[in-house]
Design a protein around this ligand. Structure first.
Ligand code: PAF
Length: 283
């Protein structure tokens, strides 16, 4: 496994692979890797000749009030995980490699970023779209892998790849969960043991809502009310949003019909966690 900290180093290697007719899979991450990332890495290794993982805590997707400075990091552990998984290249750039002095170009998406996390974090998706489009230009992968836990991010990046005529195929992979149901997230590391116990209420609500839809409930308000009640039963949990939207356009819906995304963001103490389920509903 190689590690590169320059754009030039990554381009040289990936262009060499591509010229030799080999396919490249890419897993962009912010590090502090867990089994969720590992599942993306495994999917990439299975489907491509070479796999690149980027580790970069992207400053421009965090608002000033958010956790950029305290975002968990452990490059040694990330490196070991990538090596044992069979990753070929880690891209580990410094911030000024990605955003050199004078950097002035941003990718901003309308529509899909108006609801859910886009509402609570108004500058977040501009930061995500900008860094992901840069990373896709640098690595030029055949396929790039994103977790379904960040369902709005996946929808936004899929739309961006389509709108900007990118050659990379965007692949969504299922959410990986702890034994008690909590979705794996690097931010789970922030939880105290009391908060960790309380956080399970999020996946309980997600599974409860999913069950109602599977049993035929098509009224979004009924599903959201039940989910809200489950989360509100936990005093340490505070709902940021809980919404039902079209899974592709991220527009709010009242009747669950077609491919729908039911997504939640919940503060447990100071830590904001997200989760969701996607269902295909006949009208
Ligand atoms: O999902 C993440 O970890 C980040 O948003 C991403 C896609 C690596 C961009 O910084």
């Amino acid at each position: 496994m190689q590690t590169a900290d320059t754009i030039k180093g990554v381009k040289e290697l990936t262009r060499h692979w591509k010229k030799s007719g080999r396919t490249v899979g890419f897993v962009p991450t912010m590090g502090f890797l867990h089994e969720g990332h590992l599942s993306l890495i495994k999917a990439s290794i299975k489907e491509n000749d070479h796999t690149v993982v980027s580790i970069f805590v992207n400053p421009i997707q965090f608002a000033n009030s958010e956790d950029f400075a305290s975002y968990p990091k452990d490059f040694g552990a990330d490196e070991a995980l990538c090596k044992s998984a069979g990753v070929d290249l880690i891209f580990y750039p410094a911030a000024d490699e990605i955003y050199p002095p004078g950097f002035s170009t941003y990718v901003r998406m309308e529509g899909l970023t108006a609801e859910l996390c886009g509402k609570s974090r108004p500058t977040h998706f501009q930061g995500v779209c900008t860094v992901v489009s840069k990373l896709l230009n640098i690595v030029a992968p055949d396929k790039a892998y994103f977790g379904q836990k960040d369902a709005q991010q996946l929808a936004v990046i899929s739309r961006m790849a389509l709108d900007l005529d990118m050659d990379t195929q965007i692949i969504g992979c299922p959410t990986i969960r702890e034994a008690d149901g909590l979705a794996k997230s690097s931010r789970n590391a922030y939880l105290s043991s009391k908060e960790r116990q309380a956080a399970v209420v999020i996946s309980k609500a997600v599974f409860g809502g999913e069950r109602m839809v599977a049993q035929g409930e098509r009224n979004a308000a009924a599903v959201l009310t039940t989910m809200r009640a489950i989360i509100e039963s936990e005093p340490l949990a505070k709902i940021d949003y809980i919404e039902a939207v079209d899974a592709v356009t991220i527009e709010k819906i009242e009747t669950l019909c077609g491919r729908v995304l039911v997504a939640v963001a919940v503060f447990v103490g100071e830590t904001r966690l997200i989760d969701n389920f996607i269902a295909s509903c006949e009208g």
